[in-house]
Design a protein around this ligand. Structure first.
Ligand code: ZN
Length: 253
């Protein structure tokens, strides 16, 4: 278990990313480290917190076979939600993002779906039950979400934590597991899994998080990519965005 041997034949590699949060340097590092992929699935929150919303949308849209969902920060930048739902710093960064996004990129965010099904996978930003807003931070919340999707797998973002929630086929008991860099994970029972965050990791590892999904092999490979954090912190401060969002990048919270 866990050490699946990759067959020699050519197989589909899908880059799974989430929560880029307008951090272009982290996003570029992930795209480079991932190498050639056949498709890109992005689970939302392209913008918010970071200094490069337009540049991140441009890079995302240049990627092959790209699919992207709407996240809560994307909805906030569109003015579709009440900013009272955010803390003060998140609200300030959302207002800055709204003022900075080009009309074309606003229209792009507006076009994003809240939930998608691709083959045996459901995609949602937060959870299958409440795709834009719900946080899956514990096994009880995760367990109650297995009734809200039909597919074998569900990929989510939103918590910025690379974790898997796995349902035992017989007992329906749900366990969880933290995804560690370079430990391949073979899907068994129904699973809800999160690739972690590209632009603002919160598991105390400041490196950008992403995953490669091999649908034919039922395999998930979690990865981390180092990037130039001080350059992003400088751009956050130059843009007069809240200092807290610069500081946290270095520590991964
Ligand atoms: Zn987020």
């Amino acid at each position: 278990m866990g050490n699946a041997v990759r067959p020699a034949l050519i197989t589909m590699r899908i880059l799974v990313i989430s929560d880029i949060h307008a951090n272009l340097t982290a996003f570029e590092a992930v795209v480079k480290a991932a190498g050639k992929v056949d498709a890109v699935w992005c689970l939302g929150d392209l913008v918010g917190y970071g200094p490069d919303p337009n540049e991140c949308i441009a890079l995302l849209r240049s990627l092959p076979e790209m699919t992207c969902l709407l996240g809560n920060h994307d909805a906030a930048a569109l003015g579709e939600i009440d900013l009272a739902a955010f803390n003060r710093e998140a609200s300030l960064s959302s207002q800055w993002t709204r003022a900075t996004l080009t009309p074309a990129n606003m229209a792009y965010l507006r076009s994003l779906p809240e939930k998608l099904f691709i083959g045996q996978v459901t995609l949602a930003h937060g959870s299958p039950r409440n795709p834009v807003w719900e946080y899956l931070l514990d096994t009880i919340t995760a367990a109650s979400n297995f009734d809200f999707f039909e597919t074998h797998l569900c990929f989510v973002g939103h918590t910025h934590l690379p974790v898997a929630f796995i349902m035992d086929e017989k007992t329906h008991y749900v366990d969880w597991r933290l995804m560690r860099q370079s430990k391949p994970f073979t899907f068994g029972g129904r699973t809800i899994i999160n690739p972690g965050s590209v632009g603002q990791p919160r598991d105390r590892d400041p490196r950008a998080a992403y995953a490669i999904f091999y649908p034919e092999q039922n395999l998930w490979e979690p990865y981390r990519a180092e990037y130039d954090i001080p350059s992003v912190q400088k751009r956050i401060m130059n843009a007069e965005l809240p200092l807290r969002h610069a500081l946290r990048l270095a520590e991964g919270w």
